[in-house]
Design a protein around this ligand. Sequence first.
Ligand code: ATP
Ligand code: MG
Length: 383
Amino acid sequence: MEYYLAKVGELSLKGGNKKTFEQKLINNFSALSGNQHIKATVHSGRMYVECEKEECEMVEKTLSHLIGITSWAKTYPTEKTLEEISSIVMQEAKVAKEEGAKTFKIEARREDKTFPLNSNEIEKEIGGLIHTSGLLKTDLHNPDAIITIEVRKKAFIYRLSSKGIQGLPTGMSGKGLLLLSGGIDSPVAGYKMLSRGMRVDFLYFHSYPFTPQEAQKKVEDLAKLLSQYEKPSYLNIVSFTDIQNRIKAKAPHNYLTLMMRLCMMKIANMVGDEIGTQCIITGESLSQVASQTIENISIVDSMAKYPVLRPLIGMNKEEIIKEAINLGSYKTSIIPYDDCCSLFAPKHPILYANAKTASSIYRGMEIQSLIMEAFSKREVKKM
Ligand code: ATP
Ligand code: MG
């Protein structure tokens, strides 16, 4: 058997919800690994995973996408003797030194009370050995490496070296519908909500044949990337072509983008009803483009049936790009295919639309039946 250990993050702080948090973390682990028989358990702020050797790669991939743990490591169970424990700890200290550590601290936990030393004594005894060996210096306050020893059925020794994804286990904080375009912003917005514990489904509007099929493929790739953090998740694909043609024919040029946004919101309401969403999520950031001024955002919001969450609202493009690079979505997002909005973008979009004017233009387009039709023909893909 092989063993992994993860330090549970924020959830260990939430007293009342603790049990639900832990259960979600375990369920999410199973869903992401796709393997029901790998045993994951949580207790005392730690998650333990046991697997076969050939499952290690999959377990590591799962742990690196599991939201709600601060760090994780492979751990090696040893015999519960001081000699065995010291020798493994010494090996860990050597590796830590090779990785650049100069100082260390031992953290011991004794669950098996028949072990002759208590946790304090283990720390002193083994810490002293490393310190006097000259390998690393003791630093109890700000050590470069923390080596943990847990004395349970066996002794487990580990150094939490791989960073986990902090946040709340997906599914803890309700469900949202992300308007996912092929751009840079919306995948980052989705990831932010995922890491706050929200389940996220996706909605994409395509304008085939005005936009190529490859534009859709790009969005599918982005949805797949996000679905690595939650399973299962669904991409709703809606054809926007007829709606755009109607908008183009009926709305004043400077109101085209705003009308597209209103129609998107109408359809998002309907998809939201269908999937039981509690909010709509977009990648908008204040005043990034004309449709994202507070005036225009307010008008779009007035059409929304659900709260509209905009996790990037206060971020600038540079900050968003940084996050997209970390997430790994950036290289896909910058593949240059026109999306439905850029293709129909007016030269001079209205910056501060008037709500009454917008509403009367919207009514004048008589677009409801096209919206119903687009909704009813939507395609749903499991990611
Ligand atoms: P992004 O990088 O997310 O595309 P953007 O800077 O291009 O953002 P806009 O094109 O104005 O901004 O879109 C604002 C938001 O509207 C997007 O973040 C996304 O949530 C939603 N959106 C835009 N186009 C589409 C689309 N074709 N399908 C689904 N949602 C969309
Ligand atoms: Mg866009």
